[in-house]
Write a protein that binds this ligand. Structure first.
Ligand code: 0A1
Ligand code: ZN
Length: 812
């Protein structure tokens, strides 16, 4: 690797030693203005004396992509060279000031016998054995990318709003070219959407996407050359599920949207990570909502936030959306920075209104294009564009933890009062908190079901505050935190009749669904406490499911129960110890209860899910299949697996096939189908990941660890491949009753693997250690076993910085 860099002194900086980052490199030679120099090299980089004015630095270094199992920097993935430079990977390629606020124009020349040679920006000269690329847009090194391999392209074109032609290509290995059409459609839809919605146009002649099999995350937004985990690109009806199609669409959009929110405007330092990630997640959620329906998207996001981000925010790994310190930045690509960061932007938009938001975003792009910006810059454009003081709102970036909102009501003489109060519990390093600005969207319904107060946003800014509604004829039923208007926990035990009423009448999609969840939570709670399930639950759900005016996708969500994780959090919040097995058992019992109580309607709902004609991932078909398969999961509990077996045998797309197999596995059936699935798909890596994952995540609690152990000895278990590792070890963590086996076998097994993986791929090992995040919620027996395993990991000699930081925080 040869680099030539022109440096000029920063007029504001005091003179000092010249430092360049560099890790695991061998410096062959270095020159300044053509004269050889002898820098002082350490494990973190090099220092060197330099002349006072401008100068040219040249270096030749060697590194070893073939031996790079970390998948950071330049590495080899099944014969294909590729790079991953965010956050600090470029320093593993060559010596460089590897910080996001150092932006430069890059010219790249790649020399290789491999046929396809790609880098950022626009193509320049190329010929046998070489290709040159020029990226006119100054960028930080974390956006650098390079690919060299035997690849084929699926091509298309896009004409931008000002009439510029862009050549688009999705590059994959030969044989996969038939699985690119969906990613390409998603890319074109994203390009158009960003023009229509944000006025943002693409700014290069080409846009390339490359699919690689070994990748730590979902994808990466390198300028003009996005690199994707192949699981986030490749799709065909036979091999990908509806969920895969939706995920590909969302990730392609996310990476594309980064071109403006991340690349044209980047981050000054890594503490500002949410500046690009929260905003880009918010944008991709708007996009998915526009394409697929906002009601369902909002529910999916809330479910995900509650399971992953609330868990993080209420445990030992809690940190603010803008973290205050870190040892290894890779450990902060978290649900809090991404998903809570997006929620913060959603609240901001609600507070300033759609028009204010648009004005602020226009100003952001105008004022900060080309900048490495901060959260302060971001909030200032909102203040300048709307005149609103955001100093209190800014606490959302610095205070960690999930706010609890309590509600009390008073009714007198046609006046209805809501007393709202907020509590933000202590989190690591933050014993005391200040009140936040919480937009609480509220509507009121008459007892006859009419809405008497349409959605209005109450701004809760104090610890306790009252809001009064006048001139009401009768005591209303409140619908609170409509649309999940803030990432908070609403502490209000609604009486059964009220929840049933809202499930029947609420005009707010989100809260109507939430009312169903409230009833399900009551049922789970009843079983946990050994009580009977309310007799009214199944009938009120049945009424909503019969409503053919309701979108099938929405009805599918009505059938879904709160996650076991959500139940665990609620118990812990009440100061109770969590027994994952008891939670699993209660969830099973209420599924049985539902399967019986809804028995009349389930076959018809399942039939509705059989969409005729060629497979299409359009929202209507996806919704119908989702409803049909939600019904199938319940039906399989009572019909001995007859319908699921028939669906599996007749399925000609992966959605129907996986749904049927999952329904069988969830009730301890499906052995023969599992074998057939394996035999048919053993040559398809992404499908085989599903085969590994399903058996572990759906295993009965007592069998989960043994199943995972057995699968790690399967000849196709390739532990250095992140997708495959996750398909077994990640799936175990997603089976709480199995992972938290009282014997501690799950903890021991995962710890063994984390120690082993850490030596090869510290980033992945650190990410997966989050499975231990809930250990303090457990009873004494499990707790001490989990702690012992964490301590064993901590005591391992040579542990990476990544994993030691995580284990240190987990142990507290
Ligand atoms: N910026 C990417 C996420 C990403 C982060 C780190 C990676 O490798 C260590 C890869 C991707 C995104 O938000 O999509
Ligand atoms: Zn991102």
């Amino acid at each position: 690797m040869t680099s030539r860099i022109r440096f000029r002194p920063n007029p504001e900086a005091r003179p000092g030693p010249f430092f360049l980052h560099g890790e695991d490199l061998r410096l062959v030679e270095a020159r300044i203005d053509g004269r050889p120099v002898q820098p002082k090299v350490t494990a973190e980089g090099l220092t060197c004396d330099v002349p006072e004015g401008e100068f040219t630095w040249e270096a030749v270094v060697e590194n070893d992509p073939e031996a790079n199992t970390r998948l950071e920097g330049l590495y080899l993935s099944r014969g294909m060279y590729c790079t991953q430079c965010e956050a600090e990977g470029f320093r593993r390629i060559t010596y460089y000031p590897d910080r996001p606020d150092v932006m430069a124009v890059f010219d790249v020349r790649i020399e290789s016998d491999l046929p396809v040679l790609l880098s950022n920006g626009n193509p320049g000269t190329s010929g046998p054995g070489f290709a040159e690329w020029h990226d006119p847009w100054p960028k930080p090194a974390y956006l650098f990318a390079l690919v060299a391999g035997e690849l084929v392209a699926h091509r298309d074109r896009f004409t931008t709003m000002s009439g510029r032609h862009v050549d688009l290509a999705v590059w994959v290995r030969p044989g996969d070219e038939g699985k690119c059409a969906w990613a390409m459609e998603s890319l074109k839809a994203s390009m158009k959407w960003d023009e229509d919605t944000y006025g943002r146009e693409y700014d290069l002649d080409v846009f390339n996407i490359v699919a690689v099999d070994d990748f730590n995350m979902g994808a990466m937004e390198n300028k003009g050359l996005n690199i994707f985990n192949s699981s986030a690109v490749l799709a065909s009806p036979e091999t990908a599920t509806d969920a895969d199609y939706e995920r590909i669409e969302a990730i392609v959009a996310h990476e594309y949207f980064h071109n403006w929110t991340g690349n044209r405007i980047t981050c000054r330092d890594w503490f500002q990570l949410s500046l690009k990630e929260g905003l880009t997640v918010f944008r991709d959620a708007q996009f998915s909502g526009d394409l697929r329906g906002h009601g369902v998207k909002r529910i999916q996001d809330a479910v995900d936030l509650r399971a992953r981000q609330f868990r993080e925010d209420n445990g030992p790994l809690a940190h603010p959306v803008r973290p205050e310190s870190f040892v290894e930045i890779n450990n902060f690509y978290t649900a809090t920075v991404y998903e809570k960061g997006a929620e913060v932007i959603g609240m901001l938009k609600r507070l300033v209104g759609d028009e204010g938001y648009r004005k602020a975003l226009d100003l952001y792009f105008e004022r900060h294009d080309g900048d490495a910006a901060t959260v302060e810059d971001w909030l200032r454009v909102f203040e300048d564009a709307t005149g609103r003081d955001l100093s209190q709102f800014k606490l959302w970036y610095s205070q960690s933890g999930t706010p609890r909102v309590k509600v009390e009501e008073a009714w007198e003489d046609g006046r209805y009062r809501l007393d709202l109060s907020q509590v933000l519990p202590p989190t690591p390093g933050q014993p005391e908190k200040k009140p936040m600005v919480i937009p609480v969207a509220v509507g009121l319904l008459n007892p006859n079901g009419d809405e008497v107060q349409p959605t209005t946003v109450l701004e809760l800014t104090e610890g306790r505050q009252s809001f009064t509604f006048e001139g009401l004829a009768s005591r209303p039923v409140p619908s609170i935190v409509r649309g999940f208007s803030a990432p908070v926990i609403l502490e209000r035990e609604a009486p059964e009749e009220e929840a049933a009423f809202l499930l029947a009448h609420d005009t707010d999609d989100f809260n109507r669904w939430e009312a169903g969840q409230a009833l399900a939570r009551r049922a789970i709670r009843a079983r946990l406490d050994g009580r009977d399930i309310d007799a009214g639950w199944a009938p009120s759900l049945l009424a909503a499911l019969r409503d053919d005016g309701l979108d099938p996708a929405y009805r599918a969500m009505l059938l879904a129960l709160p996650s076991q994780e959500e139940t665990a959090q609620a118990l812990w919040d009440e100061g109770r110890r969590v027994d994952p097995l008891a939670i699993w058992t209660a969830h099973e019992e209420i599924r049985d209860h539902l399967a019986r109580g809804l028995g009349d309607i389930l076959p018809a709902l399942h039939d509705q899910g059989q969409v005729q004609g060629p497979y299409s991932p359009d929202p209507a078909s996806v919704g119908r299949r989702a409803l049909g398969n939600a019904a199938l999961r319940l039906l399989t509990r009572t019909d001995g697996g007859v319908r699921a077996r028939a669906q599996f045998a007749g399925a000609d797309d992966m959605t129907q096939s996986v749904a049927a197999l999952s329904a069988l596995l969830a009730v301890g059936l499906g052995e023969a189908e599992l074998q057939q699935f394996h035999d048919r798909w053993k040559g398809e890596r992404r499908v085989l990941d599903k085969w590994f994952g399903l058996q572990v995540s759906l295993a009965r609690p007592e069998a989960a660890v043994a199943t995972a152990e057995r699968l790690t000895t399967h000849p196709l278990f390739d532990w250095k491949n992140p997708n495959r590792f996750r398909s077994v070890l990640g799936a175990l963590a997603m089976n709480p009753a199995g992972f938290h086996d009282p014997s501690g076998a799950g903890y021991r097994f995962l710890a063994d693997w984390l120690i082993r993986l850490d030596a090869a791929n510290p980033l992945m090992a650190a990410r997966m250690s989050g499975a231990f995040e809930t250990w303090r919620r457990l009873e004494e027996g499990r707790q001490s076993k989990a702690r012992a395993e964490l301590e064993r990991i901590r005591g391992t000699p040579g542990l990476s910085r990544d994993l030691s930081e995580m284990v240190g925080r987990l142990l507290g």
